[in-house]
Design a protein around this ligand. Structure first.
Ligand code: CAA
Length: 389
């Protein structure tokens, strides 16, 4: 694992990274295979991650967070994801898709009530945008929220909600004025025990199996009007702004998966003998190792750069949409490339559940899909370049 010359880490950053690595190796790596197998949600380790400050890294201490910067977030998330991508995505959604949006758009009262338990890891946060017929084209959602006195009444079906089955608090996006299309979308803070909120079936998944994903069904679910996040009609902008932060988290998650697979492959290539020499001495394997290493380094540069731009944006207010999209696109495709190569280098052992390599391969795929597919990232990057839209 290299320390990039272009941005040498401070002592504080190194300490945090090392603490996250130690924690991940001791507490998460030993249980990862069993939780992957059972699909059980890892409540205990997530609680401990909260105690370590990992569930609200950038949240100021006054709201229960660790008060650190975006680079700290990325460093810790890579380490957690290198041990287990399921823990990684639960952490990422909690930090970016939930806490970040509330910090940026919430009122003081909302921040106190809705961030504090989640940033401290005592409660789990989720983000609910997607619907069965509205994924990449997020502006076309059908769910409706209708004002009724001091309440909004929420109706509709949301899908693919990370931590949906267990979330205590959820940011939900619904149409308040369908005629205005994306300008008629609003964001709501919903408590998990609100009557009318029904958890749908848990999705059976290829990878990140210990992270629970489900539909959320809203049936006349009454939410206090004070739980409106931002203004009515501001929901789409909030959703997109929050996804910019989320995509940096997924880039860090992908980086962690890729690094874990790479380190396993490197060790195997150096030790495993065939035809009288280590298989890494054959150019076919050695060149794979070279490409894996190079792509991981490039992914790390893009991810750190996006994190640093997000950090600067706290002062300048500038957008970091394109940097986040490039980091997520490249890191997720790197995770797929590296885990695929790692399975191949391990041969039969790469296909066996006795090693974690096959899990890395299964876990990597989702990073090319959620929080915007690779196609959506390319759309975002190219639109910014060409000035369309
Ligand atoms: N920040 C701020 N505002 C933004 C923005 C951003 N990143 N991106 C767009 N906007 C604004 C635009 O400026 C525009 O504003 P005006 O109407 O005031 O001009 C408005 O939003 C509409 O923008 P577009 O015309 O570009 O919108 P579009 O309909 O063409 O869609 C898109 C843009 C980029 C394709 C968007 O729909 C998108 O990102 N889709 C993918 C959705 C996604 O990532 N879903 C994942 C959900 S979360 C998940 O995966 C589950 C989980 O739990 C982890």
């Amino acid at each position: 694992m290299s320390d990039l010359a272009i941005y040498p880490l401070s002592e504080e950053h190194k300490m945090l990274r090392d603490a996250a690595r130690d924690f991940a190796k001791k507490e998460i790596a030993p249980i990862a295979a069993a939780f992957d197998e059972s699909g059980e949600f890892p409540h205990q380790t997530i609680k401990k991650m909260g105690e370590m400050g990992f569930m609200g890294i950038e949240v100021p201490e006054e709201y229960g967070g660790a008060g650190m910067d975006t680079l700290s977030y990325v460093l810790a998330l890579e380490e957690i994801s290198a041990a287990d991508a399921s823990h990684g995505v639960i952490m990422s959604v909690n930090n970016s898709l939930y806490c970040y949006g509330l910090l940026k758009f919430g009122t003081e009262a909302q921040k106190k009530k809705f961030i504090t338990p989640v940033a401290s890891g005592k409660a789990i946060g989720a983000y609910s945008l997607t619907e069965p017929m509205s994924g990449s084209d997020a502006g076309t959602m059908k769910s409706r929220a209708v004002r009724d006195g001091d309440f909004y009444v929420l109706n509709g079906r949301k899908s693919w909600v990370t931590s949906g089955p267990v979330a205590d608090y959820i940011v939900v996006f619904m149409m308040t004025d369908p005629e205005k299309k994306h300008k008629g979308i609003s964001a709501f803070l919903v408590e998990g025990n609100t009557p009318g909120l029904v958890r749908g079936k848990k999705e059976p998944k290829l990878g990140i199996r210990a992270s629970a994903t489900s539909e959320l069904i809203f049936e006349d679910c009454r939410v206090p009007a004070e739980n409106l996040l931002g203004a009515e009609g501001e929901g789409f902008k909030i959703a997109m702004t929050v996804l910019d932060a989320g995509r940096i988290g997924i880039a860090a998650q992908a980086l962690g998966i890729a690094r874990a697979a790479y380190e396993a492959a490197r060790e195997y290539a150096a030790q495993r003998q065939a035809f009288g020499q280590p298989i890494g001495a054959f150019q076919g394997t050695g060149f794979k190792i070279a490409d894996m290493k190079t792509r991981i380094e490039a992914a790390r540069l893009l991810t750190y750069n996006a994190a640093l731009k997000k950090e600067r944006a706290k002062q300048t207010g500038e957008r970091f949409t394109q940097e986040a999209a490039m980091a997520k696109l490249f890191a997720s495709e790197t995770a797929m490339y590296v885990t695929h190569a790692a399975v191949q280098i391990h041969g039969g052992m790469g296909y066996s559940k006795e090693l974690p390599v096959e899990r890395y391969f299964r876990d990597a795929k989702i990073t090319e899909i959620y929080e915007g597919t690779s196609e959506i990232q390319r759309l975002v990057i190219s639109r910014a370049e060409l000035g369309f839209k």
